[in-house]
Design a protein around this ligand. Structure first.
Ligand code: AMP
Ligand code: MG
Length: 391
């Protein structure tokens, strides 16, 4: 059985970013930029007032005559001579002949004359053309995550279409005869399906929107047929359950029948030992153990970095950080343990309910503590590594 480190290395080696696509800015939320963007314009595009006030060429006098007004968005047609000013508003074009805007709070006005009550410094409250960015300058680098601010920034430069790495489309295939959907009564032997929801929203959090979910009964023919269909239509196939060694676990055989190339099966970890990773052409296949905490654990540790790599991220893993153990933690399994925990002010507390069937501790945790396979004991007060679930 391979180690966690080896399994992660295999996943990374087998994945590269998806193709570049040119898409409208409005479709690019949470994509990674696949090109350097050079500004098509100066920003700001003209000499701009940063305040509501009066634009003038600062000279010896404190008294100026108002000869007109420039509103934001209107064309500035004024040339000022000494002792003249125009009323101006935030965002409006400052006359070429003015060098300073005096805030309206710093003047007293009588009809068409102002007296400055608090002298500004020369050039105050004027944003020079191209102050933030000159035309042709690098505005955003390839590899930038397009969050709300980044998209707004590009829109502010008048950019409509950009090149990003394609986000993967993902199929979630949920196996298990025992599964029932919330809203329907539970018969004896049934449990409600939680993995479809956990996996769906873990994908949504990564910005994935092309998600298909299908339910598969525990029979070989249907499992194989469904896998075939989704291998053809998705970049990633996530399968939940049916990958263990029980008589009704048909996923592995069905993957073999579909000529998916196995990259690894089983990892020396707890939870999530029977994790499978394979590839058919460029389609990735992760078969996740059905127990809800195992399934989600494997998602965060293996599937998330795979998706981020396909999306063009540079840092693909959850952030690995250090915290101090608030209690002793023992590892008698000779496996890498992932423990649901809370980390507050640098202190890590393991939550009760670590069984792979239990999702409650996951629901309230913000960290997965990582106890390496060769570490048998962490002492209270000792440093340990954890994966930040909020990263
Ligand atoms: P399996 O990996 O198919 O052997 O399933 C292991 C355990 O996880 C069994 O107790 C299943 O009932 C449970 N399980 C499998 N799939 C799901 C699911 N989608 N939601 C909740 N529990 C599940
Ligand atoms: Mg099953």
């Amino acid at each position: 059985m391979i180690s966690v480190e080896k399994a992660l290395a295999i996943v990374e080696q087998n994945i590269s970013h998806l193709k570049k696509v040119n898409i409208p800015l409005t479709d690019a939320f949470e994509c990674i930029l696949a090109e350097d963007i050079f500004s098509p314009i100066n920003m700001p595009p003209f000499k701009q007032s940063a305040m509501d006030g009066y634009a003038l060429k600062l000279s010896g006098t404190d008294t100026y005559k108002i000869i007109g007004e420039v509103q934001a968005g209107s064309v500035n047609k004024y040339t000022l001579t000494e002792g003249e000013t125009v009323r101006i508003f935030t965002g409006a074009s400052v006359p070429k002949s003015a060098d300073t805007v005096v805030m309206q709070e710093h003047v007293s006005r009588v009809e068409n004359t102002i007296s400055i009550t608090k002298r500004p410094l020369k050039n105050a409250n004027v944003r020079p053309m191209g102050e933030q960015l000159k035309q042709g300058q690098l505005s955003l680098e390839k590899g930038t995550l397009l969050n709300a601010a980044a998209l707004g920034f590009l829109a502010g430069l008048g950019i409509q279409n950009i090149e990003v790495y394609k986000k993967p489309s993902v199929s979630i295939l949920i196996t298990g005869n025992e599964l029932q959907q919330p809203g329907k009564p539970l018969e004896l032997g049934q449990v409600y399906d939680s993995n479809s929801i956990s996996l769906h929203f873990a994908l949504v959090k990564l910005g994935i929107s092309k998600i298909k979910t299908a339910y598969i009964p525990d029979d070989f023919a249907t499992t194989s047929k469904c896998i075939k269909e989704h291998l053809e239509s998705s970049d990633i196939v996530l399968i939940s359950g049916g990958i263990s060694v029980g008589d009704y676990d048909f996923v592995k055989g069905a993957l073999e029948e579909n000529k998916v190339e196995e990259k690894f099966y089983k990892v020396n970890q707890k939870p999530g030992k029977p994790l499978y990773f394979g590839k058919k052409d460029e389609t990735l296949v992760f078969a996740l153990p059905g127990n809800p905490a195992s399934s989600l654990n494997c998602f965060y540790v293996y599937v998330l970095p795979a998706i981020k790599k396909q999306m063009g991220y540079k840092n693909i893993h959850l952030d690995k950080k250090l915290a101090v153990a608030t209690t002793a933690i023992s590892n008698s399994f000779s496996k890498t343990l992932f423990l649901k925990a809370t980390v507050e002010n640098g202190k890590a507390t393991v939550l009760t309910g670590q069984a792979s069937s239990m999702l409650k501790s996951f629901a309230v945790s913000n960290a997965l503590l990582v106890i390496p396979e060769d570490v048998t004991e962490i002492m209270e007060g000792q440093n340990l590594s954890y994966l930040d679930l909020n990263s």
